[in-house]
Design a protein around this ligand. Structure first.
Ligand SMILES: Cc1cc2nc3c(=O)[nH]c(=O)nc-3n(C[C@H](O)[C@H](O)[C@H](O)COP(=O)(O)OP(=O)(O)OC[C@H]3O[C@@H](n4cnc5c(N)ncnc54)[C@H](O)[C@@H]3O)c2cc1C
Length: 453
């Protein structure tokens, strides 16, 4: 009898696994995907650029439709929500979201790829009309519909992480007057505060009213049960629209209820083959799992599409009988706000000190191309090394066009546990239109080497 894989969740992690399994195992494995939303294989990462008007959506943000997957032999069941998992019987119960009808599916392998959900703090007014989270294309569609139908004039973005930044810019580009509120002293807490300050300045320069170091105490609602203002401990901000960008939490209730183990963040724990701990038949990947951070040597929730795709592929290969492992993360990420590019990898200074490293940190100002070359742009590189081993611990880059993706050089150095001496002398490309003769990353490494003595 043909074995069956059931996949719960049809986006990056789930569809990566399903597609790999189908490619590897063909008809030897029946693949059923349950997706409760209206889309599969979509790019949530594109939502801010869809809202801003830079890209068209939602169709352009779908890499492969359900019909295309079905043509490849995958049984994709849309608007179908998994409601429970019975590990001992190896079954999943699912419900048709529209009709309410229920079905029970047996499995030989189970792939959990339920992703994450935006945090919604328990604040007065949080469920009012006009309060939006952005996680799925359906969320993007609802938000755009509101912007187009209600023509809001003011928006408050709550949370200054990368999604908050991208959504603030998107709303600004839509012609709204935008405030961004964050409890931290600077936006982008994945950066060290002095680097975050550069991001704040850039946002203020484009006209975002950045309010840091303040907490939201509630949302005020008008007679139509529509949000009209955001109350903070530093006053009230008018808001026709509120976007929640307070980070996400792994969506693992279904898995936890079945008795599968989660870590401190609530994300599922897997081994490197993406098998859920203690289970040979159940795999998980993407925003619903914790990932092994190679630098801090700890399990962390790092909800990024780059990991979801790779972990899904690894799970798929193992389900199909091949052997593959996911080697962990170093927490590399890039984003931008208008023409300011931001990249980061590894530890922040505070993390490194907390972990007991004797940190040497340097910050250098340089340019994206040779200083004399037309179009050269300023950029700032911050780099940290461990005094004892001289190993690179982390880096952050903020600058104009051509800056952020240089963080990948630092990420590879971190991945390979290079010292800053090795990074300084590594063979990187140079020509005046692309870089100074010492690549900006190597200028920072050289400063770190000088500091280490
Ligand atoms: C606005 C935004 C911008 C982003 N930008 C970037 C970026 O620039 N770079 C980057 O690396 N990452 C980015 N990300 C993160 C990236 O989108 C996610 O890491 C990635 O989508 C995770 O994929 P996933 O498959 O694990 O989960 P998801 O994409 O969350 O998919 C999970 C799917 O499971 C479905 N589901 C959940 N529960 C059930 C159930 N019980 N039954 C059936 N279906 C279920 C959901 O409907 C959903 O479609 C961004 C995210 C957002 C929201």
């Amino acid at each position: 009898m043909t074995e069956r894989l059931v996949v719960i969740g049809g986006d990056a992690a789930g569809m990566s696994a399903a597609a790999v399994v189908k490619r590897q195992a063909a008809d030897a494995l029946e693949v059923v995907v349950l997706e409760r939303g209206h889309h599969v294989s979509y790019s949530a990462c594109g939502i801010p650029y869809w809202v801003s008007g830079d890209v068209e959506g939602p169709d352009r943000l779908v890499a492969r439709t359900a019909a295309e997957h079905r043509r490849n032999g995958i049984d994709v069941r849309m608007r179908t929500e998994a409601t429970s998992i019975d590990l001992s019987a190896a079954t999943v119960e699912a419900r048709d979201v529209d009709s309410g009808s229920r079905v029970q599916l047996g499995y030989d392998s189970l792939m959990i790829a339920t992703g994450a959900v935006p945090r919604r703090p328990d604040l007065p007014g949080i469920d009012a009309a006009g309060v939006h989270g952005v996680q799925t294309l359906d969320d993007g569609e609802r938000l755009l519909h509101r912007i187009e139908s209600e023509q809001p004039r003011t928006a408050v973005v709550v949370g200054g992480g990368y999604i908050g930044l991208e959504m603030a810019e998107a709303c600004l580009r839509r012609g709204l007057s935008v405030s961004l509120v964050d409890m931290a002293d600077e936006p982008m807490t994945t950066l060290d505060p002095p680097v975050g300050a550069l991001v704040r300045e850039a946002m203020q320069d484009i006209g975002v009213d950045v309010r840091t170091g303040i907490a939201v105490s509630g949302l005020e609602v008008d007679a139509r049960a529509h949000v009209c203002a955001v109350a903070t401990d530093d006053g009230v901000l008018s808001a026709d629209l509120v976007i929640l960008a307070l980070g996400v939490q792994p969506l693992t209730e279904l898995a936890s209820a079945a008795g599968l183990p989660t870590g401190l963040s609530g994300g599922l724990r897997t081994d490197a083959t993406m098998r859920v701990d203690g289970s040979s038949q159940v795999f998980a990947a993407g925003d619903c799992v914790e990932s092994w951070d190679r630098v801090s040597e700890s399990w962390l929730h790092v909800p990024l599409g780059t990991h979801a795709n790779k972990q899904g592929r690894v799970a798929g290969l193992n389900i199909a009988g091949r052997h593959a492992t996911f080697p962990g993360v170093v927490r590399t990420a890039v984003t931008k706000v208008c023409d300011l590019e931001i990249g980061r990898t590894g530890l922040r200074e505070a993390d490194a000190r907390r972990l007991g490293f004797d940190v040497v940190g340097v910050t250098i100002e340089t340019t994206t191309k040779a200083g004399y070359f037309p179009g050269t742009q300023p950029m700032t590189v911050t780099m940290m090394a461990d005094r004892a081993t001289r190993r690179l611990l982390g880096a952050q880059i903020v600058g104009r066009e051509g800056s952020a993706k240089r963080i990948d050089t630092c990420a590879m150095a971190l991945w390979s546990q290079l010292t800053v001496d090795e990074l300084m002398m590594s063979d990187l490309a140079y020509a005046p239109p692309f870089s100074s003769v010492w690549d900006p990353v190597q200028v920072a490494a050289r400063a770190a080497v000088a500091e280490l003595g």
